[in-house]
Design a protein around this ligand. Structure first.
Ligand SMILES: [Mn+2]
Length: 332
């Protein structure tokens, strides 16, 4: 009889696709894969510290490395393991657009599973979602909020039913059977849930519009949009829906009991790229506030609203200063 192995995966779309690919891979390696549990973003630290109980042996997918994992795949550059233990027999870490891509490459490298092309579409969708390659693939901003296509529908549903373990297991099991997102998006359990969140999406979009904008003529000139998301759902790409010409977004966001300042470039407007080439670094600006991130996207977290509001003012000033500097540089 084949040995059981439990799959633990990041709760997002990439985590789910990774689970599907790992299932096929481990079956090929003569295991009996069993879908374990999703690990939520807030649990990542506990996961890393081995504080989340797991059934063994297990596979760790799209999550930081644990030395007790038999199987391990990940792609987040900030999670790169310094050492791999002897317990971990099957693994690959690589900076890639998605963890699904890393598993797919492993399958290819080891020349396992004949019909690899059956995974190609799923992996592509995981890459688009995880690395925000929407603009590159001609996907409009609204598709990330009010999706018409199957992959978008499933991704939005995962974001809205964040702690629904059953939904994740169902999607994974269906994908293992069909490998076809279109077919799964048409199933009743997806359609019914989608109907439930639909009114909330409409309200959130309306509220976002009311609580966002160019704060001054200077901001308009810079393409700097500020917004506040306190009592409704955070939609990462909503600024691109209402302000397609914007370059940089600064938001004050409340999720659960945590406040954060989120800054991002507009990935649909390539005029924003020049700012970062010239040296604008959002992650570095947010370091002063205990946050961080990449050049073009970052965040800082706070526990009090007052502190967040005060910091937001300073951050906006800081970004203004940076943008003014870059403007004067380009005139030289
Ligand atoms: Mn991922």
């Amino acid at each position: 009889m084949n040995k059981k192995i439990y799959l633990y995966f990041h709760d997002d779309f990439d985590g789910i696709v990774s689970c599907v690919l790992a299932f096929y891979l481990l079956k090929e390696l003569s295991f009996k894969p069993i879908i374990g549990k999703p690990v939520y973003s807030e649990e990542i630290l506990s996961w890393r510290k081995l504080k989340i109980k797991v059934k063994k042996p297990f596979a760790s997918l799209d999550l930081p490395y644990r030395k007790d994992a038999l199987v391990y795949f990940d792609h987040h550059s900030s999670n790169k393991p310094s050492k791999i233990s002897k317990i971990t027999k099957y693994w690959k870490f690589k900076q890639a657009d998605s963890c699904a891509q890393v598993i797919f490459d492993y399958i290819k490298d080891k020349n396992l599973l004949g019909k690899k092309s059956i995974f190609r579409e799923l992996v592509k969708k995981a890459n688009i979602g995880d690395a925000a390659l929407f603009s590159k693939f001609g996907i409009p901003p609204l598709e990330t909020i009010k999706p018409k296509r199957a992959a978008g529908k499933i991704a939005v549903l995962l974001g809205n039913f964040k702690y629904d373990k059953g939904l994740r297991k169902k999607i994974i099991n269906d994908l293992i059977k069909e490998l076809d997102l279109e077919k799964i998006a048409k199933k009743n359990y997806i359609k019914e849930r989608y109907k439930k969140i639909w009114p909330n999406i409409k309200v959130s979009l309306k509220k976002f519009k009311e609580n966002s904008g160019y704060a001054s003529q200077l901001h308009k000139k810079f393409g700097l949009v500020t917004y506040k998301t306190l009592s409704y759902r955070f939609m990462r790409f909503a600024p691109a829906v209402f302000y397609p010409k914007s370059l940089v977004w600064i938001g004050l966001v409340k999720q659960k009991k945590i406040y954060s300042i989120k800054i991002s470039k507009n990935p649909w407007n390539h005029k924003s790229d020049i700012l970062f080439k010239k040296g604008l670094h959002i992650g570095n600006i947010l370091k002063k506030f205990g946050g961080g991130g990449h050049a073009s996207v970052g965040a800082a977290q706070f526990t009090s609203y007052k502190k967040t509001k005060e910091s937001m003012k300073i951050v906006v000033k800081e970004i203004e200063k940076n943008l003014l500097k870059l403007k004067s540089k380009s005139k030289e």
